[in-house]
Design a binder for this molecule. Sequence first.
Ligand code: F6P
Length: 320
Amino acid sequence: MNRIGILTSGGDSPGMNAAIRAVVRGSVYNKMEVYGIDRGYEGLMAGDIRELSVSSVSDIIQRGGTMLRTARSSHFMEPDGFKRAMDMLENFEIQGLVVIGGDGSLNGALKIGKAGVPVVGLPGTIDNDLAYTDFTIGFDTSVNTVLGAIGNIRDTSSSHERSTVIEVMGRNCGDIALYAGLAGGAETVLIPEFEPNINQICRKLIQGKNRGKLHSIIIKAEGVPISSQELADVITERTGLETKVVVLAYIQRGGTPTGRDRVLASRMGYRAVELLRDGVGNRAVGIRGADIFDIDLEEALNTARVYDNSINELGEILSI
Ligand code: F6P
């Protein structure tokens, strides 16, 4: 293989740039040309494709977002859009493709792989919801961004003796909430994987106040089927505590990637290059423990998430 393409797709995540840099520089090192495809599958269908050089990925390792930009594309999954995308790969003589993105993006990659162009998927999403890998690129940065916000909110909540519901992203996965809740000392964490017990939450907040706690932090993952405002209203009604709502939204998707995410992205990006260099396609790259590994892409996407409640339990114990 001497010419590969790379695209980022779906929601961006901090560390995508570090992965692009690793793929570009790793390819050049291995004597392959790399073509950057702008705006994910949308750009592929439109032929927004250009050659990337060693210097075109200078000064991006520390930047959030993605220099290739990104998009969500339903058109690509339709027969005419998909055909156009495959034609573009042929027009530009791209023999292998690296796709960085979440669940939907890697499903798109699988479709291309099945049509005969070798693909390697890298897990790029803040949600950490791809079960085949311990961690996804961007998750660690997102958790740290949420921690920064918790710190700020804690200051003002203490001054005013308030409770605050902080809503975090994650789609149907509670990992951002769980990790940020444990590391940020939240009083309670609500996640989609675990039915919330409102009585218990209210009891805990009141007991904390009676012991002299000046504020309480409640982290709610966006996938929990109660709105943050409704939750805050219930807490105020049942406890008498003034409760504010902060929805962190896109703040937690941008920003400088952490060292951990940059290392993860660099290692995963280089593994993708090694696979395509050796003519191996239809793989997903992940990390298990400290080890980077690759697995059949379809198997990766079919891996069921097994929810482990231990972080939630520990958070509850340590925030009594
Ligand atoms: O998948 C990443 C993510 O940020 C989710 O946490 C969130 O639910 C979704 O994307 C938001 O998507 P959009 O950028 O389309 O609003």
